[in-house]
Design a protein around this ligand. Structure first.
Ligand SMILES: *[C@@H]1O[C@H](CO)[C@@H](O)[C@H](O)[C@H]1NC(C)=O
Ligand SMILES: *[C@@H]1O[C@H](CO)[C@@H](O)[C@H](O)[C@H]1NC(C)=O
Ligand SMILES: *[C@@H]1O[C@H](CO)[C@@H](O)[C@H](O)[C@H]1NC(C)=O
Ligand SMILES: *[C@@H]1O[C@H](CO)[C@@H](O)[C@H](O)[C@H]1NC(C)=O
Length: 331
């Protein structure tokens, strides 16, 4: 318990420190990234000293983009680009007061997809049938870019990710096969490369998943309330059998691994989860899962300033079987 409280405290300290005025992009904007293409407009944000102005421009590609200057308020700036056709690479440069600049290089415009869930999504490309053949395909898909959030929990909604497991990267066999259940998600990767084959433009994959986790951990208190899963005076239900630590606490993964991503414009999400709910609030799943989907859609739409569609595609594998599974299957 102390460990959890201390970690949480450190996380809060960490994010305060991180936003201490240094001019930079938020954690999930990086070299080699994919930003959402037209018709949506990509949102970029970062940190800077208060009462300064930031201008963002693109260079290197066929199109320019003249986003107006924005002010830094409460240590944060935020720019919405004009709609951009698919392609690149571009450099994305943010300039502080015509003085100091920071640049993201090799940025592509395409479709950005979020991949979430439990171990079914965390299951890595090195664990699939014919893994070596699949891993060897990495170099054939340089326009599919991958990113993965680190496993973090928080009792409060975080502004930015507390950690990054895989920064935006061009896929390599090493990154796709970075250890069982570490990185990179086989389902997310294969989804991305199939999309690329069909669409022939860049695909950005953002994985944020954690093995053995119930839908309640990924749901905001708002979504849980809709299903009467937010009891005990607003406090998370302390359902924490020791083997699962606190990833079973309601909303902790929403807080740390989804909420920070809301302002990024995305095309859609895919989800692979369910086993962790075979023995936990199973009868409520027909409320809690759709409620989480509605809530994610509303929150991504609102936080992106209306760029992410309010009814964005949300693909999922129907995985929750009515039978009770043995405990060691709950991964
Ligand atoms: C993009 O940025 C990199 C690194 O700063 C630089 O080497 C390159 O020339 C830039 N490309 C363009 C088109 O500005
Ligand atoms: C530009 O940066 C220098 C040194 O970092 C600083 O002294 C100066 O005030 C800055 N100018 C503006 C216009 O922000
Ligand atoms: C594995 O690779 C072999 C040879 O390429 C192929 O015949 C087989 O269908 C593959 N199996 C799976 C499950 O993809
Ligand atoms: C994200 O968007 C919401 C809603 O527009 C806003 O309140 C919040 O400050 C934004 N966060 C960042 C880090 O830009």
């Amino acid at each position: 318990m102390c460990l959890r409280i201390c970690l949480c405290f450190l996380t809060i300290l960490g994010s305060l420190y991180a936003s201490g005025g240094r001019f930079r992009f938020a954690s999930y904007y990086g070299d080699h990234m994919v930003l959402q293409k037209a018709p949506e407009r990509a949102v970029l944000w970062g940190y800077g000293p208060d009462d300064t102005e930031v201008t963002v421009f693109l260079s290197g590609g066929p199109f320019t983009n003249n986003a107006p200057a924005v002010s830094v308020a409460a240590g944060i700036w935020r720019v919405t680009l004009d709609p951009m056709e698919a392609g690149g690479p571009y450099n994305v440069t943010a300039v502080l007061q015509n003085n100091h600049s920071i640049t993201l290089t090799d940025v592509l415009f395409g479709d950005v997809w979020l991949c979430g869930g439990q171990s079914n999504m965390a299951f890595t490309t090195s664990q699939v049938f014919n893994a070596s053949e699949e891993l060897a395909l990495a170099s054939k898909f340089p326009q599919v870019r991958i990113f993965m959030a680190a496993l973090e929990q928080s009792y409060t909604e975080l502004t930015d990710l507390a950690g990054v497991e895989v920064p935006w990267s061009v896929p390599t066999a090493k990154l796709l096969g970075g250890g069982d259940f570490k990185h990179y998600s086989a389902v997310c990767w294969m989804f991305g490369r199939h999309l690329y084959k069909a669409l022939k433009y860049p695909i950005g994959l953002v994985t944020s998943c954690w093995g053995g986790t119930p839908v309640e951990a990924w749901s905001s208190p708002r979504a849980l309330k809709h299903c009467d899963l937010d009891r005990i005076n607003g406090f998370p239900i302390p359902y924490t059998p020791s083997m699962y630590l606190s990833v079973w606490t309601h909303s902790v993964l929403w807080n740390a691994m989804i909420h920070p991503l809301l302002n990024m414009t995305i095309k859609g999400a895919i989800w692979y989860q369910g086993e962790a709910n075979t023995d936990y609030n199973q009868k409520k799943y027909s409320c809690s899962f759709p409620s989480m989907i509605d809530d994610w859609r509303m929150a991504f739409h609102q936080s992106s300033g209306g760029q992410t569609a309010p009814d964005f595609p949300f693909g999922f594998v129907q995985d929750l079987s009515p039978r009770t599974m043995p405990q060691d299957y709950l991964a």
